[in-house]
Design a binder for this molecule. Structure first.
Ligand code: AMP
Length: 140
């Protein structure tokens, strides 16, 4: 399987479609998931192209997971979470729907239900507010 340069996250990285940005550095971009499973559901992606973890250059993992850690701590603070769920899917059989490596960050509270994966589109004003809460927690 090859990398499709027209996947939606590649378009976000090129600035061809908008996102609610949380964090960016030379290696990664983090933004709000538009069909969140919980309030504060974020995605962290490397700028380097790969379909998923299976074909990624291992050099992307250190900066990617350093950013995941930052965003996860910000999620805990900004959404008053008790824990943080990190998810990552590889190929359709494992639930992957967008074929650019990404890591899901979900702030969690005990007993709180998860909405379905790739379910309902969230209100953009709400996502903008939540991205702002992340940026405040990250101090960026
Ligand atoms: P998956 O490939 O299954 O790990 O998940 C892809 C995720 O990307 C899903 O949770 C979608 O809700 C999310 N998603 C799809 N399109 C966009 C978009 N344009 N901006 C932000 N998130 C998106």
């Amino acid at each position: 399987m090859t990398y499709d340069t027209n996947n939606i996250f590649a378009k976000i990285l090129r600035g061809e479609i908008p996102c609610h940005k949380i964090y960016e550095d030379a290696h990664v971009l983090a933004f709000m998931d538009v069909m969140p499973q919980v309030d504060g559901h974020a995605l962290v992606i490397p700028k380097a192209p790969s379909r998923n973890l299976l074909d990624a250059d291992p050099a992307v993992f250190a900066p990617l997971f350093a950013a995941v850690q930052k965003v996860a701590n910000a999620a805990k603070q900004a959404f008053d979470a008790e824990g943080v769920l990190i998810k990552q899917f590889n190929e359709a059989a494992a639930g992957q729907t967008v074929y650019h490596l990404h890591v899901h960050v979900l702030p969690r509270k005990d007993g709180q239900e998860l909405k379905p994966h790739s379910g309902k589109m969230a209100d953009h004003a709400l996502l903008a507010k939540q991205a702002e809460a992340y940026r405040a927690a990250l101090k960026v």
